[in-house]
Design a protein around this ligand. Structure first.
Ligand SMILES: Cc1cc2nc3c(=O)[nH]c(=O)nc-3n(C[C@H](O)[C@H](O)[C@H](O)COP(=O)(O)O)c2cc1C
Length: 366
């Protein structure tokens, strides 16, 4: 059966997955004062019990005073928050699943709609959230090295608490990506530069520090996107050669799996080939990759934030591409947010029971 490819096990270092389906990281803002609650633990363990191969947590922020713009986003530091996360991973393991936290620093952000602001200004490579929009301060060299250490500490804590891997959020216009992007990184020191390769020094130092803290055998995933929420059509690298120059040093620094964020997984990355981002990342680096973006759904996720519903859609093309070896794993966001049992329904071909996605699903931890 074609779908069997999705249900092949996958092993890489500390990961021993029962299938190729990953729950995509999704911010839920249900952790008051940054502490994951019992409901958060139940939300994840339900997905583990219902056969998700690997769960990636919602973005969870590192120990920097302005790493978050929302008081209900979970912290990955502090005794109470880490206790909350320990319950999460224990629940997931008891239910037979595997999980990694998505470690995050938002960088320079818009203020939260509630009016809440962190105790100190947002920080980023040049104080910019996008070209011509300053809403924070430029990080000093000390800020940068303290932040690198905080990423390392979070990863070490993830391993200590028993998580199976760690994902670094290097995508979607947040801190690591603000260093990659020339629109938000105007630095003239060693953390800036004319090329994306030069602007990758921050990411490389974070990866190296995380690797140093977790050891060789713990799986490190790096999430990247070419697009920015500040500019959906943007591409950091415009040719395979540029992409190779960007990704190779990241791989060499210690990435095991590239998680290649697209809004629609079937979009080809460059003209002249139908390979998607994950396909190119695998081909260029030889590393394992995760694809993502509207798998099994008719509409994409940024429209979902504006209230657009999506209907279930065939996963045939995903299976064909996976069967060709284009990528190793497939991350599913909204379908798993709305329905903990999505994987079992796909496995058992209970197509009529697939729910799709409506914005109401965002309002609760189902
Ligand atoms: C409610 C919501 C919250 C999200 N939060 C995050 C996040 O914290 N980190 C991240 O890397 N991506 C985040 N994303 C993007 C998803 O991980 C995923 O890439 C996107 O939803 C596309 O997958 P889908 O089409 O299957 O939903 C979020 C998406 C949604 C819908």
């Amino acid at each position: 059966m074609k779908k069997d490819i999705l249900f092949q096990p996958f092993t890489l270092k500390s990961l021993h997955l029962r299938n190729r389906i990953v729950m995509a990281p999704m911010t839920r803002s249900f952790s008051p004062n940054g502490i994951p609650t019992e409901e958060v633990a139940t939300y994840y363990s339900k997905r583990a019990a219902a056969q998700v191969g690997l769960i990636l947590s919602e973005g969870t922020v590192i120990n920097r005073p302005s790493s978050s713009n929302d008081p209900n986003i979970p912290h990955f530091y502090g005794e109470e928050s880490l206790k909350g996360w320990q319950k999460v991973i224990q629940g997931v393991h008891q239910a037979g699943g595997q999980m990694g936290p998505q470690i995050w620093h938002m960088g320079v952000m818009y203020n939260h709609h509630s009016g809440w602001v962190p105790p100190v200004p947002f920080e980023g490579p040049s104080g910019l959230n996008k070209p011509d929009f300053t809403n924070g301060v430029t990080m000093t060299e000390k800020d940068i090295y303290d932040t690198i250490a905080a990423f390392g500490q979070a990863a070490a804590d993830a391993k200590r608490l028993g998580f199976d891997c760690v994902e670094l959020h290097g995508a979607h216009g947040y801190l690591i990506d603000q260093f990659f992007w020339e629109g938000t990184n105007l630095r003239t020191d060693e953390f800036g530069g004319k090329t994306v390769v030069e602007r990758s020094k921050f990411a490389i130092e974070v990866i190296k520090e995380v690797r140093r803290r977790v050891g060789e055998d713990f799986t490190i995933i790096l999430r990247l996107s070419q697009w920015k929420p500040q500019d959906y059509t943007f591409k950091l690298t415009k040719t395979p050669q540029e992409m190779e120059a960007w990704l190779t040093p990241l791989a060499d620094a210690g990435v095991d799996i590239f998680h290649c964020s697209q809004r629609r997984f079937w979009d080809s990355e460059f003209d002249g080939s139908d390979l998607n981002f994950a396909g190119w990342a695998k081909k260029l680096t030889g590393k394992a990759t995760i694809t993502v973006g509207s798998i099994g759904l008719s509409g994409e996720f940024l429209a979902a934030f504006k209230g657009e519903s999506s209907q279930p859609q065939s996963i045939e093309q995903l299976l064909e591409r996976m069967d060709r070896g284009e990528f190793d794993l497939a991350a599913v966001g909204r379908s798993l947010l709305a329905d903990p049992n999505w994987v079992e329904k796909i496995r058992d071909e209970r197509t009529a029971e697939l729910k799709g996605f409506t914005k109401e699903a965002l309002g609760a931890l189902l």
